[in-house]
Design a binder for this molecule. Sequence first.
Ligand SMILES: [Zn+2]
Length: 61
Amino acid sequence: MKESACKNCGYITRELTCPVCGTRDLSRDWSGFVLVIDPSRSKIAQKMGIKVPGWYAIKVR
Ligand SMILES: [Zn+2]
């Protein structure tokens, strides 16, 4: 089974709702991902506005 990515924040999850922002607006049509371990020290996380550690999709359609 493929995980879904949140259309709002890009968080990759197997849940039906995004645990980060709480939206149910998830998509299985995503590509590329990045692992954010420490959002406060990650430039990618700052650029994407990520506050919670986890896997994030680069592109979500
Ligand atoms: Zn989200």
